[in-house]
Design a protein around this ligand. Sequence first.
Ligand code: URA
Length: 293
Amino acid sequence: MVAYPTALLAAVPDIESLPEMKTPLTVQRSHRAKKGAKDRVTLDRAFSKAGMFSRTEAIKKIHSGAVKVNGKVVRDPDHWVSVLHDSIQCNGRALREQRRICLMLYKPTGVVTSHGDPGQRKTVYDLLTGFDPWVFPVGRLDLDTSGLLIMTNDTTLGERMANPLAKVPKTYQLKVNFHPTPEQLSQLARGIELAPGETTLPAKVRVLRRNDKHSFLELVLVEGRNRQVRRMIEALGGRVMKLVRTRIGNLPLGELPIGHYRVLSRREVAELLKQPDAANADLYASAIPTEDR
Ligand code: URA
């Protein structure tokens, strides 16, 4: 039996009670306007900035001839436009700023965090029934991870939250197939080498409870490497049996039923933007260069 420091043991609800079932777009071309022309962007970017379509969708529409700039069809997504001075239309619908919207979704396992899956699996968009504005996921959760996912059409919010320098804390509850020793817990907290030259930033870790075979942990990470939680546990020789993201910054999953979404209030969005949160400031101090604190 492993002796845990009592500070690591806490009586909180465990993830056994949380149900499991029921990219950002990467475009390589530069879309930034030249210096001194803040309202100028490429045509595809004008649509995504306005929250009207994703850039991929905008590119398709532009190629199909559905888009007119100042009355003329433009089929080149790289065509520079001024969002202030040019008249831009798609199928006769004028480009104008859409209402900024941000929602939270309780992603179940078995659902892909992307738009359209070549394997025909269910995607997070299939869960947004009755929701019209185009939104994109801020970060992603693996197919076999459930929990809190934020989606928005606000590219500024999305970029700020996904920026590694923002160090937005993400809280995970996990069930592992072993009982970590105090030394292993402190390895997770200090940073653990996932591959040569790839060490994780300091994290918060605590043991929620354990039974004969499994331990239930809570991990708070300020970065989002690929399959990070699973790889951290694998680096200790263990395996994650269940993984749920329960909180992003100050926003908890709360009572949202699995597979459902809800639109965030202005206050919740404002809270999300206050990152990193004061409660975790000490955790990041060692990881943030002085000028970024
Ligand atoms: N860490 C993982 O291993 N998977 C996720 O989906 C999120 C964090």
